[in-house]
Design a protein around this ligand. Structure first.
Ligand SMILES: NC(=O)c1ccc[n+]([C@@H]2O[C@H](COP(=O)([O-])OP(=O)(O)OC[C@H]3O[C@@H](n4cnc5c(N)ncnc54)[C@H](OP(=O)(O)O)[C@@H]3O)[C@@H](O)[C@H]2O)c1
Length: 257
């Protein structure tokens, strides 16, 4: 199957580049495009049997709707989007091609995919799935397969809640008006770890984090539970009631016996 060509729309970006390198190392022809570089969508669809969409979440469905109808039934359409329900729906609706949703559970900073997890949502067809599993397994990735809905529910915790929490803490630190250099001199190891995460979220592709949160189908429930937890804790801090605070933590702990 080495004679197949792979096109990555958004392949000039962080995640697209990782997968373009991997496919090229495997001996495949891999075309990449960005807004101003690379082949246009029609050329991609004509020349490539496999198309991967790796553009910002908010424009993913639009790009899929452009490329999907141009693809053949025996081709493969995939995406790398951090959310899966909407992109997979768009791929199934707009294209006759086989459809597999992917979500690499790592960022563009990794040296290789070895040891990292890729979530796979097979959606249509049998022809390509073994090839997809084979190539990522060969490069040492851990594959987990699930439905788009379950993926998005779990990612609302792993990503939306997680990043919301980092952004909230970053906003409090900023509102306090504290000097960062002074804060760093007084930092504990745990605080340093958190600060590094907050810096990453605020400075490296903030739009990605904003889209992961705002476009999560479960964000309403996350915000409601977050607000409820904060207001319960607020009451106990106003009462300066450490005993009740501890009891609440024990009652709500994921690790309770
Ligand atoms: N970053 C992560 O940690 C991570 C992890 C897992 C999955 N993902 C997913 O991977 C996808 C890409 O994320 P990324 O971090 O690689 O983003 P990125 O570095 O910002 O790259 C985005 C790519 O999309 C292209 N693009 C932007 N607007 C476009 C438009 N209107 N039409 C066509 N192409 C456009 C960009 O091209 P130019 O800038 O060259 O014009 C670039 O190639 C997203 O769906 C994201 O959810 C990201």
């Amino acid at each position: 199957m080495k004679d197949i060509s792979i096109g990555i729309i958004g392949g000039t970006g962080g995640m697209g580049r990782i997968f373009a390198d991997l496919f090229r190392r495997e001996g495949y022809i891999c075309l990449v495009s960005g807004r101003k570089r690379g082949p246009d969508i029609t050329t991609m669809a004509e020349q490539c049997q496999v198309i991967i969409v790796s553009v910002p979440i908010g424009i993913t469905a639009e790009v899929i709707e452009q490329v999907g109808p141009l693809m053949k039934k025996d081709a493969l359409l995939m995406d790398l989007t951090s959310l899966k329900t909407e992109p997979i729906k768009a791929m199934l609706q707009s294209s006759p091609a086989e459809v597999i949703g992917l979500h690499p559970l790592f960022g563009p900073g990794v040296a290789s995919i070895a040891g990292y997890t890729i979530c796979i949502c097979p959606a249509r067809g049998e022809r390509w799935i073994a090839w997809v599993r084979g190539i990522f397994t060969k490069h040492g990735a851990i594959l987990i397969e699930t439905t788009p809905e379950r993926h998005d529910e779990l990612m609302s915790l792993v990503q939306a809640l997680n990043h919301l929490n980092s952004i909230t803490m970053g906003m409090v630190l900023s509102a306090w008006g504290v000097d960062l250099a002074e804060l760093r001199r007084f930092a504990t190891p745990m605080f340093n770890t958190k600060l590094a995460i907050i810096k990453e979220v605020f400075t490296n592709n903030p739009r990605l984090y904003a889209e992961i949160i705002t476009l999560s189908p479960h964000i309403g429930r996350i915000i409601e539970l977050y607000g409820r937890a904060l207001s319960e804790l607020e009451t106990l801090t106003k009462e300066r009631d450490a005993e009740a605070f501890t009891a609440l933590m024990e009652k709500r702990s994921l690790w309770r016996a």
